[in-house]
Design a binder for this molecule. Structure first.
Ligand SMILES: Nc1ncnc2c1ncn2[C@@H]1O[C@H](COP(=O)(O)OP(=O)(O)O)[C@@H](O)[C@H]1O
Ligand SMILES: [Mg+2]
Length: 244
């Protein structure tokens, strides 16, 4: 099927010695990371650590004042956001930002606005419905009337409609019960197994480390730990901050 072509692997996303400032104050300092194809890489950190700012830097919305970002073998540090997105990075923003007055189906189609081929849109939609059967059952329902967990599914589904190589998700567990987080994270794991790399930005440490392969911990704009999910579970900073 043609969607397969879009899901091909990529050269890792390399973030190299990145500094980002709003005005004079640095929000990110000397941040380096690798986000690998075929894997879930997580970014953990408390409120204000700079997680969303790093996403903005990757997407070209707040370019770094120093350092570089490369994706798929190309330097994207100062590329325009729409060009970066066109390279195969889809982002699901904090707070989901679905279109409440549109149906679930219409919300999903909005994610595919760049795709011209109706056959390809149809095939991708079928994959999204296979991952989220609830969205197919509720395809005509107004998205604003769905539950929080279902709205999270709509936002993730909309991101997948771009058939991205890398899906960046900013705090999908926010406001969800542990059971709903479990359900959505199980699906995120499946998305990865089907070939889409995931950069999962979260404050929910336990549930995130349960599905991630690799991860980093950000504190006050600096990387304070990094490694495999198993390493991170044992890391002192993570232990102290989150596991008491
Ligand atoms: N547009 C902005 N202008 C100035 N400061 C900002 C802006 N956006 C975020 N910040 C500041 O940058 C820091 C990191 O914010 P953010 O990246 O949103 O953290 P996180 O996503 O980890 O909660 C915070 O101190 C926040 O107040
Ligand atoms: Mg944030």
């Amino acid at each position: 099927m043609s969607v397969k072509r879009e899901k091909a692997g990529f050269e890792p996303l390399y973030i190299d010695n990145v500094y980002v400032a709003y005005g004079k104050a640095d929000v990110l300092s000397d941040v380096s990371m690798e986000i690998l194809p075929g894997r879930i890489t997580c970014l953990l950190g408390g409120n204000g650590a700079g997680k969303s700012t790093l996403i903005r830097a990757i997407l070209g919305l707040t370019p770094p004042r120093q350092g570089s970002i490369a994706f798929d073998g190309v330097d994207i540090t100062h590329e325009a956001p729409h060009r970066i997105v066109a390279r195969g990075i889809a982002c699901i923003p904090e707070g989901r930002r679905i279109f409440p007055k549109m149906s679930v189906y219409e919300n999903l189609l909005m994610g595919a606005y760049q795709e011209k081929s109706r056959a390809r849109i149809r095939a991708t939609l079928e994959k999204v419905y296979a991952l989220f059967p609830r969205l197919e059952e509720r395809s005509r329902q107004l998205a604003g009337t769905m539950s929080g967990g279902e709205q999270a599914m709509v936002s993730i589904g909309r991101g997948l409609m771009r058939a991205p190589k890398l899906l960046v998700i900013d705090e999908p567990s926010l406001g969800l019960s542990p059971a709903l987080v479990n359900e959505n994270f199980r699906i995120i794991r499946k998305i990865c197994e089907e070939g889409t790399a995931v950069f999962l930005v979260e404050q929910n440490v336990r549930q995130t480390l349960a599905i991630a392969h690799y991860g980093y911990v950000l504190s006050q704009g600096r990387v304070v730990a990094g490694g495999t999910a198993e390493d991170l579970k044992k890391a002192e900073q993570v232990q102290k901050a989150y596991f008491g």
